[in-house]
Design a protein around this ligand. Structure first.
Ligand code: GTP
Length: 315
């Protein structure tokens, strides 16, 4: 299966499209992106995802001359057969009105040429908002409210993102999740598998990007529709971080990049907390699995054996 993914957004100094693409799909670190030059016209890349899914990434340069050309002479080529449009705004833009006018035009061109396309908006570089989480949430909500006015009747999913934290993985996991055909089935298998292993949570990551594919405890397969896991013996369920798996994506991805720089390969990991143990193992050719257990009687060797035995079923 092949899906065209359009990465768009206008900003003369770069809204961050190439940076996020290279971190997610080319194993670059965020610190390396400051050296990137502007994208000239369109850069196309094919990325294999989960073995059989090919993402045809169109990274469209965001300078105005290019955008004018996409909307005029290249309109049919750019906006035809789009599976997903990701429109990236720089949260610190100095000309939001100009950005919005391009956004409206691109949205219109995409809806006319590819009515089936899923559309996402990323309000990016959230790390530049001064203050803490509350200020970032307020800045995001303000921009979102403004953009909602111009997004038409079909609701558009919007995320606040930054290359410097887990928000990038949260947004991209939700985006690629829409392209995975059997996500609800995968989630229900993971829920059964968690019960068999006495695990409180199990999550599946794509092998190279470390994006979240599916997790246990959801009936619909929707990554956000999750019943909170059973609390460990002494833990307060309210302190469980809702973004814990995206954080794992971010940390393990950076760790894998470091391993490969040392000419080493990452295989598996076991992490012990006072109330939990997490085991991260290769599941199938294209996925890693992470199982979390709270029961101190469950041996991690048994957990690993169960993962090995389940491989065939998830392949
Ligand atoms: P064009 O190719 O010209 O369309 O630009 P682009 O949208 O591809 O932007 P690019 O990825 O080249 O990033 C431009 C600059 O923004 C680089 O210096 C990046 O390091 C920086 N950048 C990207 N993402 C973030 C982010 O989340 N936070 C901050 N602070 N800087 C970012």
């Amino acid at each position: 299966m092949k899906k065209k993914v359009l990465l768009m957004g206008n900003h003369d100094t770069g809204s961050g499209k190439t940076s996020m693409r290279s971190i997610i799909f080319s194993n670059n670190l965020a610190s390396a992106t400051s050296r990137f030059g502007a994208t000239i016209d369109v850069e196309m890349n094919h990325v294999r995802f989960l073995g059989s899914l090919v993402l045809n990434l169109w990274d469209c340069g965001g300078q105005e001359t290019f955008l004018d050309s996409y909307l005029a002479s290249q309109r049919n080529t750019i906006f035809r057969d789009v599976g997903v449009l990701i429109y990236v705004f720089d949260v610190e833009t100095r000309d939001f009105e100009r950005d919005i006018s391009y956004y409206i035009e691109c949205l219109d061109a995409c809806r006319k040429n590819s009515p089936e396309a899923d559309i996402f908006v990323l309000i990016h570089k959230m790390d530049l908002v001064t203050g803490g989480k509350r200020e970032r949430t307020r800045a995001f909500e303000l921009k979102k409210r403004e953009l909602d006015k111009y997004s038409g009747s079909t609701p558009i999913k919007m995320f606040g993102t930054s290359i410097w934290d887990e928000t990038l993985y949260k947004a991209w996991s939700r985006i690629v999740h829409t392209l995975i055909p059997n996500a609800p089935l995968l989630s229900s298998h993971l829920t059964s598998f968690a019960k068999i292993c006495s695990a409180i949570e199990i999550v599946l990551f794509e092998r190279t990007t470390f994006l979240i594919i599916a997790r246990s405890g959801t009936s619909t397969g929707d990554l956000d529709d999750v019943i909170p896991p059973e609390a460990g013996p002494d833990s307060d369920p309210n302190v469980i971080n809702p973004e814990r798996f995206e954080k794992v994506s971010q940390l393990i991805k950076a760790f894998k990049v470091s391993c490969s720089r040392m000419q080493e390969q990452f295989h598996s990991m076991e992490i012990r907390f006072p109330n939990y143990t997490a085991v991260l193992e290769l599941m199938t050719t294209n996925t890693y699995v992470m199982a979390i257990v709270a029961d101190p009687n469950v041996q991690t060797a048994t957990l690993r054996l169960n993962i090995r035995l389940a491989r065939e079923r998830f392949e």
